[in-house]
Design a protein around this ligand. Structure first.
Ligand SMILES: C[S@@+](CC[C@H](N)C(=O)[O-])C[C@H]1O[C@@H](n2cnc3c(N)ncnc32)[C@H](O)[C@@H]1O
Length: 338
């Protein structure tokens, strides 16, 4: 894995043995998908790899704690996009829960949204290269595994869906083709890869370049994706069919008053992206400043020429206001032949 020097993760064979032992007790179906030989071999060298753990502990220069705080405070902020992704997981013919490997799983948000929305028929394994995030996932009762995106530790043909979402740009360009090859290897016949990110030139890229990179604790200089690049990965890895498509993936916050919901969105973005320099400069006004920045950036041009912008809607049935920042993600779907 490439990355800037420093902030290396400390994780070794004993840690992996502990995680696998715990996984075996908590989720035998997920444990059965892991190749113990691969897992032990990778864990032997993991500590020596140069991985910049942006989602690590504060004391190690990461922004993991504020990221986790954002998701705990607003579990539904990105639930619409997550729900859509999970709706694409193919059901199994044997009616057992479909195994979803959430490759950039963080502290288990995807699994927790699936539970909160009552999505059944899914068994989600939260994976992440950051041991800090994997520990947080376990603390939230999500079965989890330390694993690099481009070195999947699953057995050949063992899982139903490989989900790579909400951070694919963090995977270095030179590691992306290997990730998609690995996804093909571990999928069962009929399995699906869902590779989600944001396009070069999208409002999301502007947000990262103009706001997150200069103001966050960690900086954020990563390359986004093009449709051609995504399609190239699918075809080179051998996926028999697939597509590259768009999906709505807004940020949402709800509160009793419109202004409160709007400020909740600002608070969410401040914490999610660790915008420490905005907190310092704007203090009590930081959430308002952040949501105003976001409102000016997240403007989605539609095919008919119209522009979708920030909106606030009142729901009289539960007397709440919902504020929405529109966002469009790009999604590559690779299908392995049944
Ligand atoms: C933005 S977070 C997304 C977490 C969660 N899915 C969510 O939506 O809240 C991206 C995660 O990807 C992890 N990550 C970054 N590069 C990775 C890599 N090469 N392999 C595995 N995980 C990686 C980070 O440690 C981080 O926890």
């Amino acid at each position: 894995m490439t990355g800037l020097a420093g902030r290396q993760v400390t994780f070794g064979e004993t840690d992996m043995a502990d995680h696998l032992d715990r996984l075996g007790r908590a989720a035998p179906d997920l444990h059965a998908c892991v190749d113990p030989v691969r897992a032990r071999a990778w864990a032997r060298t993991a500590g020596a790899e140069d991985f910049k753990d942006d989602f690590g502990a504060d004391g190690a220069g990461g922004r993991g704690s504020s990221y986790i705080r954002a998701q705990a405070r607003n579990l539904t902020a990105r639930a619409r996009g997550i729900h859509h992704l999970l709706s694409l997981v193919p059901a199994r013919t044997d009616r057992r829960p479909a195994v979803v490997v959430d490759v950039l799983g963080g502290d288990g948000l995807v699994r927790r949204v699936a539970d909160a929305r009552g999505l059944t028929g899914l068994s989600v394994l939260t994976c992440d290269a950051s041991p800090y995030m994997v520990r947080a996932a376990w603390a939230a009762d999500c079965p989890a595994l330390v694993q690099r995106a481009d070195r999947l530790l699953m057995r050949d043909g063992s899982v139903d869906t490989v989900l790579v979402a909400y951070g694919s740009h963090h995977i270095a360009a030179e590691d992306r083709a290997e990730l998609v090859h690995e996804a093909y290897r571990v999928l069962r016949p009929g399995g699906v890869l869902l590779l989600h990110d944001f396009l070069v030139g999208s409002p999301m890229e502007t947000w990262f370049q103009d706001v997150v990179d200069p103001y966050s604790r960690t900086g954020h200089a990563f390359d986004h994706f093009t449709r051609e690049e995504l399609w190239g990965y699918l075809t080179k890895a051998g996926f028999e069919s697939g597509e590259v498509t768009d999906m709505a993936d807004p940020y949402v916050a709800t509160a009793a008053a419109a202004r409160e919901a709007e400020l909740e969105l600002g608070r969410y973005l401040l914490d999610m992206y660790g915008l420490a320099a905005i907190e310092r400069r704007h203090a009590a006004d930081a959430a308002r400043h952040t949501v105003e920045l976001a409102r000016s950036i997240f403007r989605e041009r539609r095919a008919d020429g119209s522009v979708e912008t920030f909106s606030a809607a009142y729901d009289p049935s539960d007397r709440t206001w919902t504020c929405t920042l529109p966002r469009t993600a790009v999604l590559a779907i690779g299908r392995k032949s049944p």
